[in-house]
Design a protein around this ligand. Structure first.
Ligand code: CAA
Length: 393
């Protein structure tokens, strides 16, 4: 059962967008949802799934056809992540990081040579993409990273440092890596972006993260031990890499809002179905106001989050500023996901707390949407800075 509306006066999806959503939903219901509990419990990263997703065009939904993608628009991609996350949020984040944090920056800032070298392989699912920014001591304050890229006499670089919480790291063939190229700097001004191959010498997987949820996704430390990179592997302009990270996250945050939306929708659908079947005091619990009103509030919050998310996607597609709107969408949708998944457990009562139903998985998976791609506090900082014009810290 699902209650996602096809249209609303503000956001009438195009036929193509509706088709993508229906196709992903059908695939996710058949191939992903039935396995999600087992992947969660077994911490299974199902590599073959991403080959199947690529065959459906879902590893490059909004990548132009000339680079091997499906040639759809950004909202179609957000819809795909939303639907994948409805079935399994770990799959949702794998595709999200692969696409918006890895493939799209190459399309945006890459030279033609870099695009040809990387994008078709990413879009075809031959390799999975990753985004290597965060370190143990620099999460929210990303610009204070310690990883350095030392220039060699021939103009190449060697990257040394350890990145942490790297989604897809253990399975990735490409790492968009941020490192300090300007000695003497300690802030965002000295950071450059590099394209690093998964099999580069000196690059290895460190600790594998044990997480509260998202167990079907892969999160690891990546150790860079003097990893050699050519000058031609620099993405964009030297020392302007932090802007690439920020602009990449502007789009990525819209996708994470879509992921949060998918998790919330799944939790709502489960609760609504349960409320129609479970009886207490001689009638379905959904006909008690205590539960009915809860469901009414949950669905209202989800629709508000959906409107913010699709609006931010529409702005991005129109090449209009979307930093604030993407941050607002993520801030709100992630809070909705946490609240709705908690309420879904409440509707299911003891069954919600048990592993017999997926409500508890939705709850565990939802929490991370308030943390990664910028915590809710960072979203507020981004919004407040732009709206007020102060350097809020
Ligand atoms: N677009 C373009 N440029 C931007 C920008 C944006 N949205 N935001 C900042 N910049 C530019 C600034 O203009 C400035 O450039 P100049 O110096 O050339 O003028 C430069 O970037 C530095 O900006 P700030 O001074 O604002 O930087 P700051 O150090 O104060 O940090 C911050 C700003 C918003 C707090 C930033 O550090 C931030 O977003 N932190 C959170 C990091 C984050 O989201 N991490 C997520 C990790 S990835 C992940 O989670 C993936 C996953 O696994 C799911």
């Amino acid at each position: 059962m699902t209650t996602t509306p096809a249209t609303s006066p503000q956001f009438s999806l195009t036929d193509d967008q509706r088709e993508v959503r229906a196709m992903v939903r059908e695939f996710a219901d058949a191939r992903i949802a039935p396995n999600a509990a087992a992947w969660d419990r077994g911490h299974v990263f199902e590599r073959s799934l991403y080959t199947e997703l690529a065959e459906l065009g879902l590893m490059g939904v909004c990548v132009p056809e000339e680079y091997g993608g499906a040639g759809m628009d950004f909202l179609s991609y957000v819809l795909a992540v939303e639907e994948l996350s409805r079935a399994d949020a770990g799959v949702g984040v794998t595709v999200a990081v692969h696409t918006s944090a890895s493939t799209l920056p190459i399309l945006h800032w890459g030279t033609e040579e870099q695009k040809q070298a990387w994008v078709p392989r990413l879009a075809s699912g031959e390799i999975i993409g990753s985004f290597s920014l965060t370190e143990s001591g620099s999460g929210s304050d990303a610009g204070s990273m310690l990883t350095r890229a030392e220039e060699q006499s021939d103009g190449s670089f060697r990257i040394t440092g350890t990145k942490q919480w790297i989604t897809n790291g253990g399975h990735a063939g490409s790492f968009l890596t941020f490192a300090r190229t300007e000695p003497g700097t300690t802030d965002a001004s000295g950071v450059s972006a590099f394209l690093v191959a998964g099999d580069a010498s000196g690059l290895s997987v460190g600790r594998v993260e044990e997480k509260l949820g998202l167990n079907s996704s892969n999160t690891v430390d990546m150790v860079y031990d003097a990893v050699p990179v050519a000058a031609s592997d620099l993405l964009g302009t030297r020392a302007k890499g932090f802007r690439i990270a920020m602009q990449t996250l502007d789009g990525g945050r819209i996708t994470i809002a879509g992921q949060a939306l998918g998790i919330a929708q799944a939790a709502f659908d489960l609760a609504a179905q349960y409320a129609g079947e479970r009886t207490t005091f001689g009638k379905p619990i959904g006909s008690h106001q205590g539960i009915a009103f809860k469901l009414a509030e949950m669905s209202t919050e989800i629709e508000a989050a959906r409107a913010l998310t699709y609006r931010a996607a529409a702005l991005k597609m129109a090449d209009l500023p979307h930093t604030v709107e993407g941050a607002q969408a993520k801030l709100f949708a992630s809070g909705v996901a946490r609240r709705v998944t908690g309420e879904s457990i409440q509707v299911l009562g003891g069954y919600g707390y048990s592993k017999e139903f997926p409500a508890e998985r939705f709850y565990r998976d939802a929490k991370i949407t308030e943390i990664y791609e910028g915590t809710s506090e960072i979203q507020k900082l981004v919004i407040a800075r732009r709206l007020l014009g102060f350097d809020v810290r």
